[in-house]
Design a protein around this ligand. Structure first.
Ligand code: MN
Length: 255
């Protein structure tokens, strides 16, 4: 099996090395990842700027390509230029921080997996909930267990699974829950200060709500110590509202 690994925390992040170590024995593993941190960059791609691609050797653990671009760029480049033959499986992560709820939209980790799914390759994104300990080696073993079960079940081309691993300070997760995204937004605010030149500097700060009424969601699952698995798709169409607006009175011709 040929596997492509990418991430959004950059090719030197501990999570990508842990993911590499966890799956290295499964076959031929290539790493194509951003040269620096790209968290919350979403599904951005580089169209205005050329991208430098450099072969790198990371911590005597793996060779890879470092890309001066976004996670989705890395997967596009890997699929269209760098990897021949193309991979059978794309893995993204392990991200430092959960990608539950609205984070799905902002996440570069998920974008890396989603880009793979757009190429009709099965793809999984792995994210580890933030905590003081951040045991990526343990998260890697959990990711491998989840992956083994997906491969045994027959994960299909075009599938994009977001896997959120709960903080591991209390030990192994209690199990797995397949669940939807929590329909909650961030509680956020800006920290502001003056730069001394009469200009203001703003820093976004926020968190997902502590209390919410959405059981059976990714957010609830990891808070209760379970691995949350959510299938995602690129089609964002709101079908209920589509039926609604299709019934509105629209002009039959212009002007
Ligand atoms: Mn990240």
């Amino acid at each position: 099996m040929r596997i492509l690994i990418t991430n959004d925390d950059g090719i030197y992040a501990p999570g990508i090395e842990a993911l590499y170590r966890a799956v290295a024995d499964l076959g031929h593993v290539d790493v194509v990842a951003p040269e620096d941190a790209q968290s919350a960059i979403g599904h951005a791609i580089s169209v205005l700027k050329p991208m430098l691609v450099r072969p790198v050797h990371v911590n005597n653990v793996f060779h890879g390509w470092s890309v001066a671009g976004r996670p989705a760029d890395c997967v596009k480049l890997a699929m269209m230029e760098l990897l021949k033959p193309p991979p059978d499986l794309i893995l993204s992560g392990i991200n430092a921080g959960a990608n539950t709820g609205i984070n799905v939209l902002y996440s570069g980790t998920i974008a890396g997996a989603m880009e793979g799914a757009l190429f009709k390759v099965p793809a999984l994104a792995f994210s580890l909930e933030l905590s003081d300990t951040m045991d990526f080696a343990m998260a890697g073993r959990i990711a491998r267990t989840i992956l083994d079960h997906c491969l045994a079940a027959g994960v299909l081309p075009g599938t994009c699974l977001s896997v959120n691993i709960p903080a591991l300070k209390h030990g192994w997760p209690r199990g797995v829950r397949c669940c939807q995204q929590a329909p909650v937004n961030w509680e956020e605010h800006y920290l502001s200060e003056s730069d001394g030149d009469g200009h203001m500097i703003y820093r976004l700060n926020g968190r997902l709500p502590e209390h919410h009424d959405c059981p059976d969601t990714d957010l609830a699952a990891i808070r209760e110590g379970y691995v949350a698995i959510t299938p995602l798709r690129a089609d964002l169409t709101d079908r209920q509202r589509l039926r609604q607006i299709a019934g509105w009175h629209w002009p039959g011709s212009f002007p």
